[in-house]
Design a protein around this ligand. Structure first.
Ligand SMILES: NC(=O)c1ccc[n+]([C@@H]2O[C@H](COP(=O)([O-])OP(=O)(O)OC[C@H]3O[C@@H](n4cnc5c(N)ncnc54)[C@H](OP(=O)(O)O)[C@@H]3O)[C@@H](O)[C@H]2O)c1
Length: 332
């Protein structure tokens, strides 16, 4: 194993230009951890927020960006038994993904789903842990219910659409363009509302789709409408605040319709919670990929161009996941 590696230097809090390659020691796996030679790292909006200094990493996490990786197991820390060196895995991490080697809690690593390659596998962990925990856990979404997903082609939005559609949920989405609407309809959404053109509350009511759950990454001004459009006993699942951290809550509506508002962050969850989520995903979601589901990839940049990957994400033009290729894909 080499002693030095390339990684993106911890972001000092600035624009995409601050993302630069540096050399650093290869990390050593602690007890219960494996060391992964990273093939691909997923790029997520929380990385952009962290880079800009608006989402600081927890004190015990690597200051290096990157919340998900896929690659091959390079070494095992004490007590690790599940994987062997050379195995292909993907994993959720609290940081450190934008690097050639990454320490991973063995319990937060999953096998590459049957039928997917390492690039596709790198696109799954952050959004899938989040959507599974928030939409199906806190949001109690059940087959036969109706779901509204705002930002249908975001990483979070596509994971929510794919997993909910596969569970027999009727899904409506809101998106920023016709092209994004077409992609969501092709992946199983029953209704796609272009937010700038149409009021989503009126569009859903006209279509007879009254959501039991709204998954929102925006917040801000949409909050009141999200609550107004929900069905009786509806749940608002707040995953992000891209449009603003403050909104109006019509309390009369909350009372009259017995509504619930929930939120959380994945990174703040305990090691044990993430372990349980990993088991659930492997058992209940990974088989969907073996049956032919594939994540939608928007673009892949070499690690050295992490700044360009962030620029694309900030433009909002991407449809699907953005990845960093850390080494040439050695196959699964
Ligand atoms: N709570 C957690 O644990 C957790 C975990 C991961 C991510 N997140 C959050 O989830 C959000 C999405 O992350 P991501 O990585 O999936 O981002 P992403 O792939 O970059 O998607 C962002 C997309 O959201 C859409 N959008 C922007 N403003 C919006 C608004 N006001 N309402 C609805 N859609 C809007 C845009 O597409 P349009 O053209 O459709 O507007 C944009 O392209 C971020 O806020 C992120 O911080 C939370």
């Amino acid at each position: 194993m080499p002693r030095r590696m390339r990684r993106i230097a911890p972001a000092p809090g600035g624009g995409p230009d601050t993302l630069r390659l540096e050399e650093a020691p290869v990390p050593r796996p602690e007890p219960g951890e494996i060391l992964v030679r990273v093939a691909y790292a997923g790029v997520n909006r929380p990385d952009v927020l962290q880079r800009a200094g608006r989402y600081p990493p927890p004190p015990d996490a690597s200051p290096v960006l990157g919340l998900e990786v896929a690659g091959r197991v390079e070494a095992l820390g004490p007590g690790c038994r599940r994987y062997a060196p050379g195995d292909g895995v993907c994993a959720l991490v609290a940081g450190g993904g934008y690097a050639e080697y990454c320490r991973v809690a063995e319990a937060h690593a999953l096998p590459v789903p049957e039928g997917l390659d390492l690039a596709e596998a790198a696109a799954l962990p952050e959004t899938h842990f989040t959507v599974w925990a928030m939409l199906f856990g806190q949001g109690r979404l059940r087959p036969g219910e109706t779901l509204l997903v705002h930002g249908g082609t975001s990483g979070i939005g596509l994971a929510a659409l794919d997993l909910a559609h596969a569970q027999g949920v009727g899904v409506a989405v809101s998106v920023g363009s016709e092209a994004k609407a077409r992609v969501c309809l092709a992946r199983g959404a029953r209704l796609a509302v272009v937010r700038e053109r149409e009021d989503f509350v009126a569009a859903l009511r006209a279509a007879g789709m009254i959501p039991d759950v709204v998954l929102d990454i925006g917040g801000g001004e949409a909050t009141a409408s999200n609550l107004e459009v929900l069905a009786r006993d509806g749940r608002l699942v707040q995953v992000g605040t891209l449009a603003g951290a403050y909104g109006t809550i019509p309390l009369g509506t909350v009372l009259a319709k017995r509504l619930t508002i929930v939120g959380s962050t994945m990174r703040g969850r305990t090691r044990e919670e993430k372990t349980l989520l990993a088991r659930d995903l492997e058992e209940r979601v990974w088989p969907l990929y073996a049956r032919g589901l594939r994540p939608l990839l928007a673009a892949t940049f070499p690690l050295a161009r992490a700044g360009d990957a962030h620029r694309l994400m900030e433009s909002g033009a991407h449809i699907g996941k953005i990845l960093l290729a850390v080494e040439a894909d050695p196959g699964v």
